[in-house]
Design a binder for this molecule. Structure first.
Ligand code: ADP
Ligand code: MG
Length: 431
Protein backbone atom coordinates (compact mmCIF):
# COMPACT_ATOMS: atom_id res chain seq x y z
CA UNK A 1 0.00 0.00 0.00
CA UNK A 2 1.17 3.46 -0.81
CA UNK A 3 1.03 5.24 2.53
CA UNK A 4 3.24 7.57 4.48
CA UNK A 5 3.21 5.01 7.29
CA UNK A 6 5.41 2.74 5.17
CA UNK A 7 8.13 5.33 4.81
CA UNK A 8 9.68 5.07 8.23
CA UNK A 9 8.97 8.67 9.10
CA UNK A 10 8.66 9.57 12.76
CA UNK A 11 5.67 10.69 14.73
CA UNK A 12 6.49 14.36 14.42
CA UNK A 13 6.62 14.20 10.60
CA UNK A 14 3.51 12.07 10.39
CA UNK A 15 1.72 14.70 12.47
CA UNK A 16 2.92 17.49 10.22
CA UNK A 17 1.95 15.62 7.05
CA UNK A 18 -1.48 14.82 8.44
CA UNK A 19 -1.91 18.44 9.27
CA UNK A 20 -1.06 19.33 5.67
CA UNK A 21 -3.81 16.94 4.63
CA UNK A 22 -1.66 14.78 2.37
CA UNK A 23 -3.19 11.35 2.05
CA UNK A 24 -0.47 9.42 0.29
CA UNK A 25 3.08 10.05 -0.86
CA UNK A 26 3.73 10.99 -4.46
CA UNK A 27 5.89 8.67 -6.51
CA UNK A 28 9.08 10.66 -6.02
CA UNK A 29 8.43 10.82 -2.29
CA UNK A 30 7.78 7.11 -2.08
CA UNK A 31 10.91 6.27 -4.06
CA UNK A 32 13.37 8.71 -2.49
CA UNK A 33 12.38 9.13 1.17
CA UNK A 34 13.54 5.65 2.25
CA UNK A 35 16.87 6.17 0.49
CA UNK A 36 17.31 9.61 2.00
CA UNK A 37 16.50 8.33 5.49
CA UNK A 38 19.11 5.64 4.85
CA UNK A 39 21.76 8.34 4.32
CA UNK A 40 22.13 7.58 0.61
CA UNK A 41 23.03 10.21 -1.95
CA UNK A 42 20.08 10.57 -4.32
CA UNK A 43 19.43 12.18 -7.69
CA UNK A 44 15.70 12.71 -8.02
CA UNK A 45 14.10 13.64 -11.29
CA UNK A 46 10.36 14.10 -11.38
CA UNK A 47 7.63 16.28 -12.76
CA UNK A 48 7.15 19.77 -11.48
CA UNK A 49 4.52 19.81 -8.81
CA UNK A 50 5.21 16.24 -7.80
CA UNK A 51 6.26 17.08 -4.27
CA UNK A 52 10.04 17.11 -4.38
CA UNK A 53 10.24 19.59 -1.52
CA UNK A 54 8.68 17.14 0.90
CA UNK A 55 10.88 14.37 -0.50
CA UNK A 56 14.07 16.04 0.67
CA UNK A 57 12.39 18.12 3.37
CA UNK A 58 11.24 15.12 5.38
CA UNK A 59 14.78 13.75 5.57
CA UNK A 60 16.14 17.09 6.66
CA UNK A 61 13.54 17.61 9.34
CA UNK A 62 14.02 14.11 10.69
CA UNK A 63 17.80 14.36 10.85
CA UNK A 64 18.36 17.90 12.12
CA UNK A 65 18.32 18.65 15.82
CA UNK A 66 17.84 21.87 17.74
CA UNK A 67 20.96 23.61 19.00
CA UNK A 68 23.44 21.69 16.86
CA UNK A 69 24.24 24.42 14.35
CA UNK A 70 23.54 24.53 10.62
CA UNK A 71 23.03 20.88 9.69
CA UNK A 72 21.34 21.20 6.31
CA UNK A 73 21.78 23.53 3.36
CA UNK A 74 19.36 23.63 0.44
CA UNK A 75 20.52 25.64 -2.56
CA UNK A 76 17.83 27.02 -4.84
CA UNK A 77 18.14 29.23 -7.93
CA UNK A 78 15.78 32.06 -7.03
CA UNK A 79 14.80 34.12 -4.04
CA UNK A 80 11.13 33.34 -4.41
CA UNK A 81 11.85 29.66 -4.34
CA UNK A 82 13.98 30.08 -1.22
CA UNK A 83 10.97 31.61 0.53
CA UNK A 84 8.64 28.94 -0.73
CA UNK A 85 10.84 26.01 0.24
CA UNK A 86 11.35 27.60 3.64
CA UNK A 87 7.58 27.92 4.15
CA UNK A 88 7.00 24.30 3.19
CA UNK A 89 9.80 23.12 5.47
CA UNK A 90 8.43 25.14 8.36
CA UNK A 91 5.14 23.33 7.93
CA UNK A 92 6.96 20.02 7.96
CA UNK A 93 8.82 20.97 11.10
CA UNK A 94 5.54 21.48 12.97
CA UNK A 95 6.12 20.87 16.68
CA UNK A 96 9.84 20.46 16.21
CA UNK A 97 11.88 23.36 17.48
CA UNK A 98 14.30 23.90 14.64
CA UNK A 99 15.03 27.17 12.96
CA UNK A 100 14.66 27.22 9.20
CA UNK A 101 16.05 30.24 7.46
CA UNK A 102 15.87 31.60 3.92
CA UNK A 103 18.99 33.46 2.81
CA UNK A 104 19.11 35.44 -0.43
CA UNK A 105 20.42 38.63 -1.91
CA UNK A 106 18.59 41.86 -2.61
CA UNK A 107 17.79 42.35 1.08
CA UNK A 108 19.91 43.52 3.98
CA UNK A 109 22.53 41.05 5.12
CA UNK A 110 22.67 42.03 8.80
CA UNK A 111 19.47 40.36 10.03
CA UNK A 112 20.61 37.23 8.21
CA UNK A 113 23.90 37.28 10.11
CA UNK A 114 22.03 37.31 13.40
CA UNK A 115 19.59 34.62 12.30
CA UNK A 116 22.37 32.37 11.02
CA UNK A 117 23.75 32.02 14.53
CA UNK A 118 20.61 30.21 15.54
CA UNK A 119 19.65 28.38 12.35
CA UNK A 120 19.62 24.63 11.90
CA UNK A 121 18.42 24.56 8.29
CA UNK A 122 19.37 27.10 5.63
CA UNK A 123 17.60 27.51 2.30
CA UNK A 124 19.72 29.79 0.17
CA UNK A 125 20.53 31.22 -3.20
CA UNK A 126 24.20 30.60 -3.98
CA UNK A 127 25.39 34.22 -4.29
CA UNK A 128 24.32 35.35 -0.86
CA UNK A 129 25.37 32.14 0.81
CA UNK A 130 28.82 32.54 -0.65
CA UNK A 131 28.84 36.07 0.67
CA UNK A 132 28.20 34.72 4.16
CA UNK A 133 30.93 32.12 3.70
CA UNK A 134 33.42 34.81 2.72
CA UNK A 135 32.44 36.91 5.72
CA UNK A 136 32.57 33.81 7.90
CA UNK A 137 29.07 34.50 9.12
CA UNK A 138 27.95 30.93 8.48
CA UNK A 139 29.51 27.85 10.02
CA UNK A 140 29.24 24.95 7.58
CA UNK A 141 31.30 22.49 9.60
CA UNK A 142 28.21 20.72 10.98
CA UNK A 143 26.40 20.30 7.67
CA UNK A 144 25.27 16.72 7.18
CA UNK A 145 22.78 17.17 4.33
CA UNK A 146 23.38 19.26 1.26
CA UNK A 147 20.58 19.65 -1.31
CA UNK A 148 20.57 21.14 -4.79
CA UNK A 149 16.96 21.93 -5.65
CA UNK A 150 16.27 22.78 -9.31
CA UNK A 151 19.81 21.62 -9.86
CA UNK A 152 19.98 22.08 -13.60
CA UNK A 153 18.82 25.66 -13.32
CA UNK A 154 21.47 26.39 -10.72
CA UNK A 155 23.99 25.20 -13.26
CA UNK A 156 22.39 26.99 -16.19
CA UNK A 157 22.14 30.28 -14.39
CA UNK A 158 25.88 30.30 -14.06
CA UNK A 159 25.94 29.43 -10.37
CA UNK A 160 28.12 26.40 -10.90
CA UNK A 161 31.28 27.93 -9.47
CA UNK A 162 29.45 29.32 -6.46
CA UNK A 163 27.77 25.97 -5.92
CA UNK A 164 31.11 24.18 -6.04
CA UNK A 165 32.67 26.58 -3.55
CA UNK A 166 29.77 26.05 -1.18
CA UNK A 167 29.90 22.27 -1.53
CA UNK A 168 33.62 22.33 -0.82
CA UNK A 169 33.00 24.30 2.36
CA UNK A 170 30.83 21.47 3.68
CA UNK A 171 32.20 18.36 5.39
CA UNK A 172 32.98 15.54 2.97
CA UNK A 173 31.05 12.96 4.96
CA UNK A 174 27.79 14.73 4.23
CA UNK A 175 24.80 13.39 2.34
CA UNK A 176 24.21 15.10 -1.01
CA UNK A 177 20.83 15.22 -2.75
CA UNK A 178 20.07 16.62 -6.16
CA UNK A 179 16.53 17.33 -7.35
CA UNK A 180 15.06 18.72 -10.52
CA UNK A 181 12.27 18.25 -13.03
CA UNK A 182 14.85 17.98 -15.76
CA UNK A 183 18.27 16.62 -15.08
CA UNK A 184 20.64 17.17 -17.93
CA UNK A 185 24.30 16.60 -18.45
CA UNK A 186 25.36 19.77 -16.70
CA UNK A 187 23.75 18.75 -13.44
CA UNK A 188 25.03 15.23 -13.80
CA UNK A 189 28.57 16.55 -13.82
CA UNK A 190 28.05 17.97 -10.35
CA UNK A 191 26.72 14.59 -9.33
CA UNK A 192 29.78 12.78 -10.60
CA UNK A 193 32.20 15.11 -8.87
CA UNK A 194 30.48 15.68 -5.58
CA UNK A 195 28.20 12.75 -4.84
CA UNK A 196 28.94 9.30 -3.47
CA UNK A 197 27.42 6.48 -5.54
CA UNK A 198 24.19 8.38 -5.97
CA UNK A 199 21.01 6.44 -6.64
CA UNK A 200 19.12 7.81 -9.63
CA UNK A 201 15.38 7.99 -9.15
CA UNK A 202 13.11 8.90 -12.04
CA UNK A 203 9.50 9.44 -11.27
CA UNK A 204 7.14 10.70 -13.98
CA UNK A 205 9.59 12.72 -15.96
CA UNK A 206 7.33 15.50 -17.09
CA UNK A 207 4.25 17.28 -16.07
CA UNK A 208 1.49 14.71 -16.13
CA UNK A 209 0.39 15.07 -19.77
CA UNK A 210 -3.07 13.68 -19.12
CA UNK A 211 -3.78 16.57 -16.78
CA UNK A 212 -2.50 19.19 -19.12
CA UNK A 213 -3.96 20.40 -22.37
CA UNK A 214 -1.48 22.17 -24.60
CA UNK A 215 -2.42 24.29 -27.59
CA UNK A 216 -0.75 26.66 -29.93
CA UNK A 217 -1.81 29.48 -32.16
CA UNK A 218 0.23 30.71 -35.06
CA UNK A 219 -0.40 34.39 -35.70
CA UNK A 220 1.27 37.32 -37.39
CA UNK A 221 3.24 39.32 -34.87
CA UNK A 222 0.88 42.29 -35.08
CA UNK A 223 -1.91 40.09 -33.70
CA UNK A 224 -0.02 38.66 -30.79
CA UNK A 225 -1.27 41.08 -28.17
CA UNK A 226 -4.81 41.07 -29.54
CA UNK A 227 -4.96 37.32 -29.41
CA UNK A 228 -3.64 37.25 -25.87
CA UNK A 229 -6.22 39.76 -24.71
CA UNK A 230 -8.97 37.97 -26.56
CA UNK A 231 -8.08 34.64 -24.99
CA UNK A 232 -7.65 36.10 -21.53
CA UNK A 233 -11.11 37.62 -21.75
CA UNK A 234 -12.73 34.61 -23.35
CA UNK A 235 -11.24 31.83 -21.27
CA UNK A 236 -12.88 30.96 -18.05
CA UNK A 237 -9.77 30.82 -15.95
CA UNK A 238 -8.71 31.09 -12.37
CA UNK A 239 -5.17 32.39 -11.91
CA UNK A 240 -3.21 32.84 -15.11
CA UNK A 241 0.46 33.24 -15.83
CA UNK A 242 1.78 34.83 -19.01
CA UNK A 243 5.40 34.10 -19.77
CA UNK A 244 7.65 36.36 -21.80
CA UNK A 245 11.29 35.96 -22.73
CA UNK A 246 12.57 39.35 -21.63
CA UNK A 247 11.94 42.02 -19.05
CA UNK A 248 11.14 44.52 -21.76
CA UNK A 249 8.41 42.38 -23.29
CA UNK A 250 7.07 41.58 -19.81
CA UNK A 251 6.71 45.28 -19.06
CA UNK A 252 5.12 45.92 -22.42
CA UNK A 253 2.59 43.11 -22.04
CA UNK A 254 1.54 44.06 -18.52
CA UNK A 255 0.93 47.62 -19.67
CA UNK A 256 -1.17 46.58 -22.63
CA UNK A 257 -3.23 44.24 -20.45
CA UNK A 258 -3.85 46.93 -17.89
CA UNK A 259 -5.10 49.49 -20.38
CA UNK A 260 -7.41 46.81 -21.68
CA UNK A 261 -9.01 46.31 -18.34
CA UNK A 262 -7.27 43.13 -17.27
CA UNK A 263 -5.96 43.07 -13.74
CA UNK A 264 -2.35 42.15 -14.24
CA UNK A 265 1.01 42.60 -12.59
CA UNK A 266 4.52 41.51 -13.44
CA UNK A 267 7.59 39.97 -11.92
CA UNK A 268 11.02 39.76 -13.40
CA UNK A 269 14.60 40.09 -12.30
CA UNK A 270 14.63 43.86 -12.74
CA UNK A 271 12.24 44.45 -9.86
CA UNK A 272 13.29 44.69 -6.25
CA UNK A 273 13.05 41.65 -4.08
CA UNK A 274 10.43 43.22 -1.85
CA UNK A 275 8.29 44.05 -4.86
CA UNK A 276 8.63 40.56 -6.32
CA UNK A 277 7.62 38.83 -3.11
CA UNK A 278 4.75 41.21 -2.59
CA UNK A 279 3.48 40.63 -6.12
CA UNK A 280 3.62 36.86 -5.72
CA UNK A 281 1.76 37.17 -2.45
CA UNK A 282 -0.99 39.28 -4.00
CA UNK A 283 -1.28 36.86 -6.89
CA UNK A 284 -1.41 33.91 -4.54
CA UNK A 285 -4.26 35.58 -2.72
CA UNK A 286 -6.17 36.28 -5.91
CA UNK A 287 -5.80 40.06 -5.72
CA UNK A 288 -5.15 40.14 -9.44
CA UNK A 289 -5.67 37.47 -12.01
CA UNK A 290 -2.85 37.61 -14.48
CA UNK A 291 0.81 37.41 -13.58
CA UNK A 292 3.10 38.37 -16.43
CA UNK A 293 6.59 37.10 -15.86
CA UNK A 294 9.95 36.01 -17.13
CA UNK A 295 11.42 32.61 -16.39
CA UNK A 296 12.56 33.80 -13.00
CA UNK A 297 9.05 32.96 -11.87
CA UNK A 298 8.92 29.64 -13.62
CA UNK A 299 11.15 27.63 -11.41
CA UNK A 300 9.71 25.70 -8.57
CA UNK A 301 7.09 28.18 -7.47
CA UNK A 302 3.90 26.55 -6.41
CA UNK A 303 0.99 28.90 -6.68
CA UNK A 304 -2.34 27.37 -5.87
CA UNK A 305 -5.05 27.73 -8.50
CA UNK A 306 -3.06 28.50 -11.65
CA UNK A 307 -5.29 27.09 -14.38
CA UNK A 308 -3.84 28.76 -17.47
CA UNK A 309 -0.35 29.30 -18.75
CA UNK A 310 0.29 31.49 -21.76
CA UNK A 311 3.57 31.56 -23.53
CA UNK A 312 3.60 34.97 -25.11
CA UNK A 313 7.05 34.02 -26.33
CA UNK A 314 8.36 30.50 -26.67
CA UNK A 315 11.45 30.12 -24.50
CA UNK A 316 14.81 29.69 -26.14
CA UNK A 317 15.71 26.81 -23.92
CA UNK A 318 13.22 23.93 -24.15
CA UNK A 319 13.74 23.11 -20.49
CA UNK A 320 12.18 26.43 -19.60
CA UNK A 321 9.06 25.35 -21.44
CA UNK A 322 8.64 22.42 -19.09
CA UNK A 323 9.18 24.57 -16.08
CA UNK A 324 6.75 27.19 -17.29
CA UNK A 325 3.97 24.74 -17.96
CA UNK A 326 4.75 23.04 -14.68
CA UNK A 327 3.20 26.01 -12.92
CA UNK A 328 -0.19 24.52 -13.68
CA UNK A 329 -1.65 21.01 -13.52
CA UNK A 330 0.19 20.62 -10.24
CA UNK A 331 -0.46 17.98 -7.63
CA UNK A 332 -3.10 16.24 -9.70
CA UNK A 333 -5.02 19.31 -10.84
CA UNK A 334 -5.79 20.16 -14.46
CA UNK A 335 -4.35 22.93 -16.55
CA UNK A 336 -4.29 24.53 -19.96
CA UNK A 337 -1.26 25.85 -21.81
CA UNK A 338 -1.59 28.25 -24.72
CA UNK A 339 1.37 29.05 -26.88
CA UNK A 340 1.14 32.15 -28.99
CA UNK A 341 3.56 31.79 -31.84
CA UNK A 342 4.76 34.18 -34.42
CA UNK A 343 7.43 33.57 -36.97
CA UNK A 344 10.10 34.51 -34.47
CA UNK A 345 9.06 31.66 -32.21
CA UNK A 346 9.19 28.89 -34.81
CA UNK A 347 12.74 27.85 -34.07
CA UNK A 348 12.23 27.78 -30.32
CA UNK A 349 8.95 25.95 -30.67
CA UNK A 350 10.44 23.34 -32.95
CA UNK A 351 13.11 22.73 -30.33
CA UNK A 352 10.46 22.25 -27.66
CA UNK A 353 8.69 19.72 -29.84
CA UNK A 354 11.92 17.96 -30.63
CA UNK A 355 12.98 17.74 -27.03
CA UNK A 356 9.65 16.65 -25.59
CA UNK A 357 8.22 14.30 -28.15
CA UNK A 358 5.75 12.94 -25.66
CA UNK A 359 3.90 16.25 -25.57
CA UNK A 360 0.96 16.66 -27.79
CA UNK A 361 0.55 20.35 -28.51
CA UNK A 362 -2.58 20.86 -30.55
CA UNK A 363 -2.76 23.47 -33.22
CA UNK A 364 -5.74 25.77 -32.82
CA UNK A 365 -7.34 27.50 -35.74
CA UNK A 366 -5.99 30.91 -36.10
CA UNK A 367 -8.58 33.39 -35.04
CA UNK A 368 -8.91 36.45 -37.18
CA UNK A 369 -9.24 39.64 -35.26
CA UNK A 370 -10.94 42.02 -37.57
CA UNK A 371 -10.39 45.14 -35.60
CA UNK A 372 -6.75 45.09 -34.93
CA UNK A 373 -3.84 47.37 -34.50
CA UNK A 374 -0.98 47.69 -36.80
CA UNK A 375 2.28 46.76 -35.28
CA UNK A 376 4.48 49.82 -35.55
CA UNK A 377 7.59 47.74 -36.09
CA UNK A 378 6.08 45.83 -38.93
CA UNK A 379 4.76 47.03 -42.16
CA UNK A 380 1.54 45.35 -42.98
CA UNK A 381 -0.08 46.94 -45.97
CA UNK A 382 -2.91 44.45 -45.81
CA UNK A 383 -4.08 45.81 -42.51
CA UNK A 384 -3.33 49.45 -42.95
CA UNK A 385 -7.02 50.14 -43.43
CA UNK A 386 -7.53 49.25 -39.79
CA UNK A 387 -5.20 51.86 -38.48
CA UNK A 388 -8.04 54.15 -37.48
CA UNK A 389 -9.15 51.49 -35.06
CA UNK A 390 -6.01 51.68 -33.05
CA UNK A 391 -7.41 54.00 -30.46
CA UNK A 392 -10.22 51.59 -29.80
CA UNK A 393 -7.84 48.77 -29.43
CA UNK A 394 -9.15 46.18 -27.07
CA UNK A 395 -11.89 48.28 -25.58
CA UNK A 396 -14.63 46.99 -27.82
CA UNK A 397 -13.64 43.50 -27.31
CA UNK A 398 -17.14 42.24 -27.84
CA UNK A 399 -17.02 43.51 -31.35
CA UNK A 400 -13.85 41.76 -32.16
CA UNK A 401 -14.83 39.12 -34.57
CA UNK A 402 -12.74 36.08 -34.72
CA UNK A 403 -13.26 33.87 -37.67
CA UNK A 404 -12.14 30.37 -37.40
CA UNK A 405 -10.06 30.80 -40.42
CA UNK A 406 -8.88 27.38 -41.27
CA UNK A 407 -5.26 26.65 -41.47
CA UNK A 408 -4.46 24.74 -44.51
CA UNK A 409 -2.15 21.87 -44.12
CA UNK A 410 -0.37 20.45 -41.20
CA UNK A 411 1.65 21.99 -38.55
CA UNK A 412 5.01 23.11 -39.75
CA UNK A 413 6.26 21.86 -36.46
CA UNK A 414 5.94 18.26 -37.36
CA UNK A 415 8.53 16.29 -35.55
CA UNK A 416 10.49 15.52 -38.64
CA UNK A 417 10.59 19.08 -39.81
CA UNK A 418 12.90 20.43 -37.23
CA UNK A 419 16.56 20.25 -37.85
CA UNK A 420 17.64 22.15 -34.81
CA UNK A 421 19.57 20.42 -32.15
CA UNK A 422 17.84 20.03 -28.82
CA UNK A 423 20.39 21.45 -26.54
CA UNK A 424 20.87 25.17 -26.26
CA UNK A 425 23.65 26.55 -24.19
CA UNK A 426 25.25 29.83 -23.38
CA UNK A 427 22.27 32.05 -23.86
CA UNK A 428 22.92 35.31 -22.17
CA UNK A 429 19.68 35.67 -20.36
CA UNK A 430 18.31 38.40 -18.24
CA UNK A 431 15.31 37.33 -16.29
P1 ADP B 1 8.03 20.16 -6.98
O1 ADP B 1 9.17 20.65 -6.15
O2 ADP B 1 8.15 18.71 -7.33
O3 ADP B 1 7.77 21.00 -8.18
P2 ADP B 1 6.46 20.91 -4.68
O4 ADP B 1 7.33 20.31 -3.65
O5 ADP B 1 6.53 22.40 -4.85
O6 ADP B 1 6.69 20.23 -6.10
O7 ADP B 1 4.96 20.44 -4.37
C1 ADP B 1 3.86 20.86 -5.12
C2 ADP B 1 2.61 20.94 -4.26
O8 ADP B 1 2.17 19.66 -3.91
C3 ADP B 1 2.84 21.70 -2.95
O9 ADP B 1 1.74 22.53 -2.69
C4 ADP B 1 2.90 20.61 -1.93
O10 ADP B 1 2.50 21.06 -0.66
C5 ADP B 1 1.95 19.57 -2.51
N1 ADP B 1 2.25 18.19 -2.10
C6 ADP B 1 3.47 17.68 -1.80
N2 ADP B 1 3.37 16.38 -1.48
C7 ADP B 1 2.07 16.05 -1.57
C8 ADP B 1 1.32 14.83 -1.35
N3 ADP B 1 1.92 13.71 -0.97
N4 ADP B 1 -0.01 14.87 -1.54
C9 ADP B 1 -0.62 16.02 -1.93
N5 ADP B 1 0.00 17.20 -2.15
C10 ADP B 1 1.34 17.21 -1.97
MG1 MG C 1 10.49 22.11 -6.31
Amino acid sequence: MNTFENLNLNEQLMGAINRLGFKEPTQIQRDTIPLILNDKDVIGESATGSGKTLAFGAGIIKKCNPGEGVQAIVLVPTRELAEQVKDEMIKLSYQKQIKILAIYGGVSINPQIDDLRRAEVVIATPGRLLDHLTRRTIDTSKVKIFVLDEADRLVDMGFIEDVEKIIKACPTDRQTLLFSATIYQSAKQIAETYMKNPTMVHATRMVDPTKLEQKYYDVPSNLKKELLIHLLKKENSDLTMVFCNTRRITDMVVEVLKVNGIRASSIHGGLTQVKRLKTIDLFHNGKFQVLVCTDVAARGLHIEGVTHIYNFDIPKDPKDYVHRIGRTARAGKEGLVMNILTQRDYGNFARVQDTFREFSIQKEDRPYLKMTIKNPERNSSRRSDNSQNRRNYGRNNNNNRFNNRSNNGNSRFGKSSSNSSGSQRNFKRRY
